[in-house]
Structures are given as C-alpha cells and as structure tokens.
Design a protein around this ligand. Sequence first.
Ligand SMILES: Nc1ncnc2c1ncn2[C@@H]1O[C@H](COP(=O)(O)OP(=O)(O)OP(=O)(O)O)[C@@H](O)[C@H]1O
Ligand SMILES: [Mg+2]
Length: 402
Amino acid sequence: MPTIIKNPMVFDETYIPPQLHVRDKEAEFLLKRYMMKLSTNTSSSDITLIYGSIGRVGIGKTTLAKYVGNKLKEFAYTRGINFAVAYVNLYTVPSILEILTVLASQVAPKLSVRGSSPLEALKAIVDTLYRRDLYLLVILDEFQQLIKSPRVDEEQLYILLRIHEQVPSPDNTSRINYLLVAQDFTVLSYLKEKLPQVESQIGLRLHLKPYTTEELYTILEQRAQQGLYPGVWDPDLLWTIAEFYGVDGNGRPEGSARKAIIALRIAAETAEAMGEHRITEEHVRFALSQDAVANINEAQLRSLQKHELLLLLAVAMLSRDKKSYATTGEVREKYEYLARIYGENPRGHTQFNLYMRKLDAIGLIEAKPSGKGMRGRTTLLRLAPEIPAQHLVELLEKILMS
Ligand SMILES: Nc1ncnc2c1ncn2[C@@H]1O[C@H](COP(=O)(O)OP(=O)(O)OP(=O)(O)O)[C@@H](O)[C@H]1O
Ligand SMILES: [Mg+2]
C-alpha cells in the first residue's frame, strides 16, 4: 500500500497540469491570440515563437505550448469548432514528410501521405481540413534542431510554414497555425538567414526565463497537492528544493522546474521505500544529492525511434555492468539480444552504425576509436558519463514497454 505517493503520473516528465499557476499570464496571452484565429477566418497562418534562455532547460517551454494546445481544444469544443493539435518533437531532425505524416494522422485517421511528395501531402492535408472544416495547431518543439541542421531542405520547410500561400484552401481560409518552440533566441538569426519570409511572419515572440525560487515553490506545491497524500509533505521541504534550484537561490541556480520536480519525486519515493509516513529533510537531502538523475530528458528519449532506444539500452546496460567502454561488437550482440526480447528484427550493420552515430551526435553516448592494443580497429562506446546508467535503463525499459 503506497502511503506517500497518491498519483505517480503527476511526477511524469510528460504530465501537463490541468492549470498553470506559473506562466499563466503567458498562457492566457497565447490562448487569446489563437482563440481569435479560431473565431475569425483569416487567410494567413499565425506563427508564434516560444524561446528559452541560453543554456537553460526544464523551464516550461514544452509545457506552455502543450498546455495552450489542451486549453484550445477545450475552448473549441465548447464553441462547436473542429480543432486538433499536432505535436512534433524535432529533436531528431525528422524529414518534412515525417512531420507531415504526424500532421496527417491528426487531421484524419485514414489520411495517409506515404509515397507522396511533400507538396502532395500538404495538398491532401489542406483539402481534408477544408472538407471537415477542421482547424489545426501545429506545435514544432525543439525547432532549432530543424533550422540549424544542414540536412534540412529549406525550400520544403518554407512550403510547410507558408502553407497558406503555397497551398491555399478552396475558401481561402487558413486552418493551420503554428507554435514554434526553441531553446533560445539564436534560432531567430538562423531563421533570418535561412527563411527570412518566415522570420518576418512571426507575430509574437515569447521569451521564457529560468524560474525563481518563488515560482518553483508554486509549481512544487501544485504537484504535491495533486500527487502526494495529504499530511505527508511539509511546505518547508518544498521551499528547500525551490531555494536549491531557484535562479535567485544558492544551490544550483538553474531555475529548472524539471529538476525541482524530480527532486520532489525522489524524496517521496525514498520515504515510501523506507516505509515512512512522512517525507523528511533527510529524504530531500538525499534527493538533491541525486541531481545527476535530472539530466535525463524523457521527452527527448521518447522522440527516438524504437531501434535507437534499443541500441541506447544496450549501451546503458553494458556501461552499468562493465563500468567502462564496450566494443562495438559487444554492443551489437547486446542490441540484437534486446531487439529479439522486444519482438523486433535486429537491423543490419549500416543501420546500426547510423543509429550509433546519431546517439553520439546527440550526446547520449560517447564513441572513440579503440586505438592500439586491440586486435583490429573498432569503435569503443559508453554512455555519456553524466548519465546515471541504472536510472536510464529503467526509464528506457518503461518507454519500450509503453
Ligand atoms: N509553469 C509550470 N507549471 C507547472 N509545471 C511546470 C511549469 N513549467 C515547467 N513545469 C514542469 O517542469 C518540467 C520541465 O518542463 P518543460 O519540459 O516544459 O521544460 P522545457 O523548457 O521544455 O525543457 P527543455 O529545454 O529540456 O525542452 C515538466 O515536468 C513540466 O511539467
Ligand atoms: Mg522542451
């Protein structure tokens, strides 16, 4: 019988609270803007950009965007407006057609854009929106990845973001609006350089700053109320965590809500595991000392493909067990074994190497040549050293099972 944690879902990385108590003004502002778009038909799309502060993660960019999407759905529903949200995480730099596939799936379950050109796919989407009188909000998260990537076809990206011009709807009403989410303002210079017409079309730019102690307290209090049993937590403990991470505090002033929430979760889980009936200072101290755990971004992991996750799991397990580098051969063997366990056909060498290079490029694993002393030359792999291996293994197993 759990005595501390009432609802573990509340502490999930992807959980979006039903109300925002912090960033509520920003949310309100965005909502008004899009509600207007839904109520009055216009011929051009709205593009809004949410961007963070350099080097700051976990400050609510994704949450704000998704929350606005959720609230708009509620609003549209009460007004009898057909409305859908398509959320795409661009972290792994999908192709334009991959992005369009996600949009198509939100527009109509049976709408398939496989084998189409991007322009044909867009036409099919615009056409279906028109026929169903459906409005679509497209959230493009980690947008900087796409615009900064040399692999991306700017022409296609242009067509996607200027869809109302390229593929006008028969009634000349634009039913697609965009909410771009980016790490920091540098995305704007890339946009200006690569897609100046899109940059100038951005109607609103919202800059999010790291959270203060007070803001973090408010966020933590909401989670505690929703996720913990009453009487097991004490406001003082929440203040300890908030002060530790608040940008104006003196612990790790990163202003990250993600880290603060993870610390609360770990403190609660520790109390639970020890069979105690209250969270104490000791549990919080332990949680804060586990900070490294917070470096894992679950949303990013979820945006990886299944075989990339399997390969990462193989590396994580080997790093955990060997405590040093593994050879590509060892990783490959483990990966093939895991693939079969999860009911997948292991991919061939070429594909395997591509996954490996991608995970290296993202910074989740580290690859280095074996150098002298080993038979033949191979690449050695390990998990990036700041990632706690056991925690990642558990997280990956959870994602692969879901
Ligand atoms: N204003 C808020 N109210 C409640 N919870 C919040 C708020 N801001 C952030 N959080 C929570 O903090 C965690 C991190 O937030 P989020 O993922 O939105 O950050 P981010 O800025 O997108 O991070 P990243 O740069 O890594 O993408 C999530 O669990 C989220 O629910
Ligand atoms: Mg995010």
